[in-house]
Design a protein. Structure first.
Length: 238
């Protein structure tokens, strides 16, 4: 959430969006401080989980509202910024999903549902790929194509039975075969690992200025961490 605030601010100019930019930075600072406080304390006892969750969820609510409100404003051109409506929607979905996850934990339901994990994170991976493709220098033809095709992999995998077979035929090498025992159940994990490998190499090249783009290294790192989270949840889902 702290990262999201930074990314919004980077894409907002002072002249047409000074108030919105200031609010984005305030959210970023607030969540960075919240993270520091949480990191400096011990995990909550069972009796304190609800209070802990409420604190985070209450902090999340105004940010979710901000993302929804600005997404609509950007789409209707009442807001003039470089933040796509899809980016506001993408980050709002992440905040809403994390809120639901925290509330489930507070309710004593820590289990992850595989179908929900696959649906949510696959959509996130598709959108990440689209964002990367649209932030690259237009002359980076091969990388733009690779990012676009990587996104299509997850769209294909979640279209129902046979997705793994269709993906393998359409995009050879899109799924890490070393992780697959059952093609239909393990294909998403294989694709997620391939996506992580792509993002990791991409982030390193962004940081080393070997790629022409307008992508901030912090954004490249952010999408890498979300791919790691996807893999972690897949391995723990039931």
């Amino acid at each position: 959430m702290a990262d999201h605030g930074v990314f919004f601010a980077l894409l907002m100019s002072e002249e047409p969006a000074a108030t919105e930019r200031r609010q984005a930075l305030e959210f970023s600072r607030g969540f960075a401080e919240l993270f520091t406080q949480i990191d400096a304390t011990k995990p909550p006892e069972c009796s304190d989980v609800q209070v802990f969750v409420n604190r985070v969820v209450e902090a999340m609510k105004p940010l979710i509202d901000y993302k929804a409100r600005l997404g609509e404003a950007q789409e209707s051109e009442r807001l003039r910024s470089l933040v796509w409506p899809l980016f506001f929607e993408h980050t709002r979905h992440g905040a809403e999903r994390w809120t639901r996850r925290l509330q489930a934990l507070a309710g004593g339901e820590p289990e992850l549902d595989r179908a929900e994990v696959v649906k949510f994170w696959s959509n996130i991976m598709v959108e990440h790929a689209r964002f990367v493709a649209h932030l690259l220098d237009p002359n980076q033809f091969e990388l733009i194509e690779k990012a676009t095709n990587t996104g299509k992999v997850f769209a294909e995998l979640t279209r129902g039975p046979g997705g793994a077979t269709r993906t393998t035929l359409r995009e050879p090498g899109a799924i890490d075969g070393s992780l697959i025992q059952n093609p239909e159940t393990d294909a998403v994990l294989g694709a997620a690992q391939t996506m992580l490998d792509f993002k990791t190499e991409f982030a390193r090249n962004i940081e080393a200025a070997r790629i022409k783009s307008i992508i901030d290294p912090r954004l490249a790192d952010h999408v890498c961490r979300e791919a790691l989270k996807f893999i972690d949840e897949l391995k723990r889902a039931v």
